[in-house]
Design a protein around this ligand. Sequence first.
Ligand code: SF4
Length: 355
Amino acid sequence: MLEFRDKTTTEALIKKIRKISTESNIKIMHVCGTHEMTIARWGLRGLLPKNIKLICGPGCPVCVTSASEIDFAIKLVKEKDVILTTFGDMFRVPGTGSSLSEAKSQGADVRVIYGIDEAAIIATKTEKQVVHFSIGFETTVPSIASEILGSKTLKNFSIICSHRLIPPAMDYLLSSEDIEIDGFICPGHVSTIIGYEPYEVLAEKFAKPMVVGGFEPADILLSILMILKQIKAERPEVENEYKRAVKKEGNILAKKMMNDVFETCDKGWRGIGIIPNSGLRLKDEFTELDGEKKFKVEIRKSQDLRLGCKCGEIMKGKAIPQDCRYFGKACTPESPVGACIVSAEGPCYIAYSYS
Ligand code: SF4
């Protein structure tokens, strides 16, 4: 990968970007926490002409998990005799009033795991009900689907299904009149699964350039250059910069497994609102593994954002972390007020780490 960090290569790309760049303002959105990490870590924003703005979209699965889902998980593990498993990033994200970490400190059986297979193993060794709080975009869904297919006989295992899909979110953002986007860097990881066919519909519908980008500095710069070339040529289409990992059709086996287990549903994205067909739920034949149907838990009205938290605006590309009055003061990774500063993929966490 060293050639993608090579100084001569990146300098040449920056020169080309400067040369092709016109006076008009261009806003390029990405929807991937790892892209944001590369951009911040290598200081790419500072190398671009001032009229080219790289903006974040909802690319962090932890950040977009709604408070109501977290509230449900907290209430479930506190009120019912269950073991709740989740990934580390989800552990400290605030729901409406508290987090799973606080529930654990009060005695609830919350366990941080690295993969859903660990949750299934726990279920085979206990009489208790094990519920996995399952989050993530298309990248993580195939492994969840695989475990679901292998766990049908487990009577004490279920999931809270909080998976979300990226193309419907891009559609939603591009449809929003108050959000300006001139082009998209499409997410590399997600695209290894879904390919880039789903973006072709969007590029045509909205006449916007889209480039699937990899994760090294040269990948991002080349993606930007490809978008600028499309804009200049008035040729909006989908191009694949990340050819070494992404195929047009994606991973056919993984997609089949996803489709065998899940179906789409409308889903609320934290701080953004309900996006049609942007979520996944288990198909009827897997109802017994659906934790939200299995356990009746009433939650009060949830609140995604605390007053003044700009997570929603940041996820829509309308604000940056430094616009939030809590950033780095009342809100830090150690003491989060909002969701965007908890995960290493969260824009506020990244800005806090690299600014
Ligand atoms: S700094 Fe904290 S409160 Fe402000 S937008 Fe980021 S996560 Fe939300």
